[in-house]
Design a protein around this ligand. Structure first.
Ligand SMILES: Cc1cc2nc3c(=O)[nH]c(=O)nc-3n(C[C@H](O)[C@H](O)[C@H](O)COP(=O)(O)OP(=O)(O)OC[C@H]3O[C@@H](n4cnc5c(N)ncnc54)[C@H](O)[C@@H]3O)c2cc1C
Length: 376
């Protein structure tokens, strides 16, 4: 049996981030630390976008930033100046290389390539099985995914499933100063379906379709929709696809376990995705910075403010039960509010006054009754 002060299960975004913030807060010195993952991640397997004011903890890794975003539906569109926010993107390969490089310099860090199982918390330590051996640690951070079946969740639940193409055109096509945050100009098929376009230069962009529903498509179906959309709205000329990305983020107000004794759940498995949007990166960094500052006090595991769970349950229920169309809800929100108010709200950093003003711009009958129903 081996014992560590801190063990981290999973070397993806959450696992690497927690160690990074603990190191920056000076909380790893003199500690025996274990990081377990079946692989050392290096690939561009995720493109993390988020918005924030000022500089964040990974500023030097920002691959591109935008001060403006646009939104479209079939009837209307708007362009928003984001100040004081900026919309930013970090490529996972840059993140893994940077953080793994820093962690390699932590003398007392042991890396094991393996799969942890039987993860549990005891009275004074937490433990798991690894390669036929029992490992114990004073504190275990686990970013194992939390198994969830939407048919068994009583809270609102919608998958956000998506697929993106990174394309290079032969002619100037994009405006690299403006990202398209949500473009609903694609058949909605009774769901919430939108495109998301991140232009990195006049000729390079990520074009992604995201769908909020529990029915996933086959890869060729996403691809057909992306191809049609590029042809209809961006270019009829030739282009090449130089990278693809896809995935799924559960959007739900399900009560993910956050902590059992000395075992702390982090990342998607710890409920780090914002239920109403699926955005995770920013909220996760904010949570882990707070946790690292307070460490070894591990009581503060909250990712999103509690009141936002109710707001998100309201919005998700409206979309899930198709009481309003997603394309109208989201475009209206940005058209009727200063963008900074919407972005502060979605980042969980709005004031009550901002929230009330924002709610005043929604179809109040539907939102009001759904809100009260979720509250009860
Ligand atoms: C393609 C994609 C794009 C995304 N884009 C955005 C975005 O733009 N903005 C945003 O905010 N969020 C985004 N997300 C959501 C979220 O930020 C990511 O899913 C993020 O990677 C979640 O971090 P995580 O650590 O929970 O999971 P992961 O990064 O997947 O890491 C989990 C790690 O745990 C390891 N692991 C699992 N089980 C075990 C075990 N039993 N033992 C040992 N190791 C284990 C896995 O091998 C993996 O390396 C995206 C998600 C995906 C899939």
């Amino acid at each position: 049996m081996s014992h560590y002060d801190i063990a981290v299960i999973g070397g993806g975004l959450a696992g690497l981030s927690v160690l990074y913030h603990l190191k920056r807060a000076g909380k790893l010195s003199g500690k025996r630390v274990l990081l377990v993952d079946p692989q050392r991640k290096t690939a561009h397997d995720r493109t993390w976008s988020f918005w924030e004011t000022g500089e964040g903890p990974f500023e030097e890794l920002v691959y591109h930033r935008w001060d403006q975003v646009s939104l479209h539906n079939a009837h209307t569109h708007c362009t928003c100046d984001l100040a004081p926010y900026a919309y930013k993107v970090i490529l996972s390969n840059d993140f893994y290389a940077h953080v793994n490089g820093i962690l390699d310099g932590v003398g007392a860090l042991t890396r094991v390539q393996g799969q942890a199982s039987e993860v549990r918390s005891g009275p004074a330590t937490a433990s798991f099985q690894l390669g036929g051996e029992t490992v114990t640690a004073d504190i275990v951070f686990s970013s194992e995914p939390h198994p969830l079946d939407y048919r068994e969740v009583k809270q609102p639940y919608l998958d956000q499933h998506f697929r993106g193409w990174f394309i290079e055109t032969e002619e100037d096509t994009f405006d690299p100063r403006r990202a398209s945050l949500m473009d609903f100009r694609t058949p909605q098929e009774g769901e919430t379906r939108f495109f998301y376009v991140l232009p990195f230069s006049k000729r390079r962009a990520m074009v992604e379709i995201a769908i909020f529903s529990n029915e996933h498509l086959r890869t060729e179906q996403y691809d057909a929709l992306i191809g049609d959309y590029i042809h209809a709205h961006w270019t009829q000329g030739p282009y090449r696809v130089y990278h693809t990305e896809g995935g799924n983020i559960p959007m739900t107000t399900y009560d993910y376990p956050r902590r059992t004794g000395n075992l702390i759940y982090i990342g998607l498995g710890g409920g780090a995705a914002r239920p109403s949007t699926g955005y995770t990166f920013y909220g996760l960094q904010r949570q882990l910075m707070r946790l690292a500052a307070a460490f070894p006090d591990i009581s503060a595991t909250q990712v999103w403010p509690e009141k936002h769970r109710l707001y998100d349950a309201t919005l998700l229920r409206i979309l899930e039960q198709r009481k309003l169309r997603g394309d109208e809800v989201f475009v209206n929100l940005f058209q009727r509010n200063p963008p900074a108010r919407v972005l502060a709200f979605l980042n969980g950093e709005s004031t009550l006054w901002q929230e009330l003003r924002l709610m005043g711009t929604t179809p109040i009958g539907v939102f009001g009754t759904t809100f009260v129903r979720e509250l009860l």
